[in-house]
Every structure is written in structure tokens, then in C-alpha cells.
Design a protein around this ligand. Sequence first.
Ligand SMILES: Cc1cc2nc3c(=O)[nH]c(=O)nc-3n(C[C@H](O)[C@H](O)[C@H](O)COP(=O)(O)OP(=O)(O)OC[C@H]3O[C@@H](n4cnc5c(N)ncnc54)[C@H](O)[C@@H]3O)c2cc1C
Length: 425
Amino acid sequence: MLKNFVVIGGGFAGTKVTRELEHTLPPDWTLTLVSQENFITFNPLLPEVVGASILPGHVIAPHRQMIHCSHVCMAQVTEIDTVNRVIHYLGEGAGTMRYDQLVLACGTNANLDIVGSSVSKPAAADCHPSGTACYRVSMTLNNLNNFNPAGGQDTDTNVVWLTQWLVQSSTDSVGGRNFFAYAESTNGGALSCFDGDAGTQRIGGGLTLTYPGRIAITAPGACTAQTGKNGTITIDVPTADVSEVDPVDNSLHEVTASTMTTPGPMECLCTVASPIGVPFNLIDVAKAYTFTPVPLADLQIVKTAPSTGHVGQSLLYTITVTNNGPDKASGATVNDQLPKNAGFGSASASQGSCTLKPQKRLVVCDLGDLGPATGSPPAGTATVSISVKPTTKGTITNTATVSDTSPLDPNPSNNSSSATTSISP
Ligand SMILES: Cc1cc2nc3c(=O)[nH]c(=O)nc-3n(C[C@H](O)[C@H](O)[C@H](O)COP(=O)(O)OP(=O)(O)OC[C@H]3O[C@@H](n4cnc5c(N)ncnc54)[C@H](O)[C@@H]3O)c2cc1C
């Protein structure tokens, strides 16, 4: 009885091995190449096809032109029964094929589990918890339909989506720190998030980076997922957790996102197995990038006044300016256009100074710098007091605006505020 030599995969490796074997196998052997396509693609020339400098037909070669004395079966192998030495395939219908020797040359498929990675630095007021300055780490996952670990041969129970980055320091003895944040699920359960900085573990003579969770991120809304085709996992990482002494700049360097599986929750394993973590099974890694935050300062102004007043009596406006961050605002200025039916009384500010431009009936208060609300110093809030004397009865509406010379204010909707007072004789 003839023996069967089967090669699965008609790429570079499978075609080459088939061409070599068809001249060297003993006569009592048959040789069969099973491949999904009936041609080999010369991958190095694919970019030229994309660029339309050569035609698609120029980068493929049919197997039957390259293989002369063997069988070629265009089919997708779906299962290999190693006990009975049979492969199952789907071609023009389902079939099986017995083998005595088997070569697997199926190539590799990009996993593309992680299809996007980004970091932003929202205003502290938008972070979770509100008012705690944060980096917002986001990872986009292909078909994030549930939180189960990848199937197949991976027996791990824990799946981890991690973003890491470097902060270089001019004084740190090891040059900087490798911070990270991750979301994880055990046995498909709810996500939990952690941040920390990476350690190293000596394995088989080499060093492997490990990621023990140092701090649980438990604030409501700080560790969220949106499932779906391009699902996202978003983590608000408090900047205080991932700060380094004397950073060389304000960038996060070599930001990479990855999916990995581990035999159990990372932060538990690291305390059980060793002080610095456990090995992991890497599923996919996103391309590295540098995140340089664009400085932003969200100035907010709120103007208040009594609801009623009288002609000839002082009417006091109180204006509160707050910098919601995330960065310091330089040259904050309040402009207040005085109402026509009121005379000017006085203007003062908790920092900086106010002047009246009588021709324009405009009060201008230069407040100088305002720190982010959570930072110190300078203060994140300043107040301005302006008094006027109404000259006629009726309704007085007065509006104040705020601006800064730098940086950009991402939210102009809260840069003006009005107050209305009903004036009686
Ligand atoms: C754009 C591009 C440019 C490249 N440039 C270079 C370069 O310049 N130099 C270089 O050395 N390398 C280059 N490479 C890499 C090189 O192409 C690969 O290393 C090489 O193709 C791997 O050969 P392989 O036979 O292992 O797999 P592949 O060539 O991928 O072949 C695998 C084959 O198995 C088939 N197959 C898979 N699963 C099954 C299944 N279940 N049933 C049946 N058939 C199956 C596939 O259809 C495919 O035909 C490039 C790759 C790309 C994508």
C-alpha cells in the first residue's frame, strides 16, 4: 500500500518542501500539498501591488506550475486527528485524507486583537473621580464581545489588556520608570483595573518584564468597557500614581498596548509567586507611539448678583473664575461690560488688578496665572467684585467673560456668565 506524505500550506515553506520532496521521496510514497489557495503569493512585492506599480497577477504563481509530480488539493484543513493520522478539510465539500508523514507550513496570522491605542489628558473635572488629574488610556479591541480569555490551547483563566509607557528622568538612577495600567477579567467576569510600574523577573537566564498591579483603580467610571466589533476599554489613571521625579519632558514615551493572558489575576499572582510578577502569554501588541499632551486650561466663570435692587443703591456683582485644568492658565483676564442704566462704583480682584475703561464702559481685571483646580500654587480660583449704581428702574442684565493668553481653552461654553437683577425705584 502506498504511503501518504501530506504538506499543509502552500506558502513559501510548503511549496519549497513539496518541490524538494517530489524528487527525493521513495516510489512507494505519494505526496499531496493541501492549501487554501491554489497559488503562492510573493509577499515582498505586495507593497508594489498596493502602489499600483505592478499588477496582482505578477506576484502570484499557481502551484500547478511549480509542482509537477504531486497532488495539489485546494482546501482548508479544519482538523488534524493525530491518533488516526487523518486530516479533515473543507474544499468543494468536506473530506478527509490519511497521512503517514505530515508537514505543517500554515504560516502565521496577525492576531489584530488590539486595533488601536490612545492616551489623552482630560480636564481634571472630567476625570474619574472628578477633580483628580488623570491620563485617560484607551484600547480598541477587535470583536470585544466578552471578556473570556482567547480559546484554543491557551488554558489561562485571566485576560489582561494593558497599556505601558516610559517616563524618563534626569535624576532617577535607572533612567526612568516603566508605568502601566491594565484592565483584566478572570473567567470572563467583570473588569477590574490597576496601575503600577513594571518590575523584571529572571527567567531561563533572561529578563522578562512583569506587570504587578500596585494600585486598584476603583473610582466609579474609571475602568469601563464598551463591547462590540471595535470595542474599547478605557481607564482613567490618576497622574499621581504614575509620576516620576524630574521627568525629562512631559511626554509618555514608547506607549504600547497589549493583550495577554495569565494563569490568574496579575496582582494576586505577583504576591503569591514572587514579589514582582509572573510570566504571561502575549496575544497581541499595538504599535508604539509617544504621547505629548497638548497643554489645555478650561477656564470657567460664574457671575452672581442679587435678584432685586433699587435705583441709586449699590448693586454688587461677584465673579468667580476657576481653572478646571488640566494645565496652568497664563494671563487670565475678566472683561465686564457695564450695563448702560447703571453707574460705576468699584472693582477689585482677589489676585491681580482691575481697571475701568470709561470710554468703553468696560471693567478689565488682569488676574495673572491660575493653576489647575487641583494644583498648587498658583491658586486655581480667583474672585472679582464689581459694584454699580442703577440709574433707572427695570431689568439689568450684565455679562462677564474670561480668557487667557495660553494655553488653549477646550471648552468655550463656560467662558461667559450673566446675572439679571430687577431694579425698582
Ligand atoms: C508584505 C510582506 C512582505 C514581506 N517581505 C519579506 C521579505 O522581503 N523577505 C522575507 O524574508 N520575508 C518577507 N515577508 C515574510 C514572508 O512572506 C513570510 O515569512 C513567509 O511567507 C512565511 O512563509 P510560510 O510558508 O511559513 O507561510 P505563508 O507564506 O504565509 O504560507 C502559509 C500558507 O498556508 C496556507 N494555510 C494556512 N492555513 C491553512 C489551512 N488551515 N488549510 C490549508 N492551508 C492553509 C495559507 O493559505 C498560505 O498559503 C513578507 C511578508 C509580507 C506580508
